[in-house]
Design a protein around this ligand. Sequence first.
Ligand SMILES: C[S@@+](CC[C@H](N)C(=O)[O-])C[C@H]1O[C@@H](n2cnc3c(N)ncnc32)[C@H](O)[C@@H]1O
Length: 336
Amino acid sequence: MPRYLISHLVHPWHNLLVPTPGRVELAHRGGSPRRTLAEPLWRALGQLAARPCDEAALVAGLVARRVATAEVATREVRELIETRYLVEPLRDFWSDHVGALGGAGEAPAPAPAPTPELARDRLRWSGDIIDPHGLWMYPRWLGRPVLQTPEDLVLLQMLMAELRPRFVIETGRFRGGGALFLASMCELLGVGQVLSLELRGDPEVRAALEAHPLGRRITLLDGDSAAPAQVARVAELVGGPGPHLVILDSDHARAHVRAELEAYAPLCTGDGKLVVCDTSMSLCARFADDNPHQAVRDFLGAQPEWRISPWAGAGFVTCAEDGILERLPPAAPEGG
Ligand SMILES: C[S@@+](CC[C@H](N)C(=O)[O-])C[C@H]1O[C@@H](n2cnc3c(N)ncnc32)[C@H](O)[C@@H]1O
């Protein structure tokens, strides 16, 4: 039995080209042929063909919804198949993907193991696209600049929702958008405090964060994040077991990141995680000799109880490629 999904190319946000009342114009990205449809017919198709549905069932559904006669529905469906707006899925999309995604409240699906191709392409995205165009400079969180890509913000949100950290330690505050984002997630989760560290603390940023309603979830610590006194201050504030999430986003030199990894790893007991930002710099020619990715390799080489977390392959284009680290799970007891 042939099955059809409505093509992903038909989503309205880039295909509703001509805002004629009651009509929608569909266009494949970058090419013809276009199709113009009555809006009620298009909406009904969107509902019917959101799941695999054969041609006869689509026609019957349109007629039952009174959006077309049998003759018109038959013609439209045939033409939409011929012009590839209704496509047969390559595989059993729904059983392959939707089952694995799980519903609200279910345990998250295990992160897919990154294939070498995916890792390479994500790094290429970062090295060829994000860095040369400075795309990391644009995002704002609640109006404050945040030097993370939107993809990495979503990834951090997912990590925090699973970990529910007691403390989130951010090294490198910049304009404060990252600290505000992390505090927002703590507020939404109902748990967590942010410690935000910065070498060159800016009074304007401090004043803005302290005056913000989320400021009560943020503690600002100025000084070198790798200095023993600063590390000791953080350990004192954290004061005990986690889980804690440490996000290393300050000086991206190999030696500094390595020092931070050694200094903050002891705070990440249990499920705690270390996030090393901008490991993707290893793909940028000008940073190829000195970057956080090298620090991750140095650290893992010296600390066999740590590994790259499966979260690092969680299906995202990320600037933290290989950069989410966790302790190896405890070995199962013998004979158990
Ligand atoms: C990439 S930005 C941080 C971006 C921020 N986390 C965000 O999400 O918007 C790096 C920041 O680290 C700070 N920095 C550099 N070296 C540092 C050090 N040794 N200790 C603490 N902060 C440092 C820089 O001044 C800069 O503000």
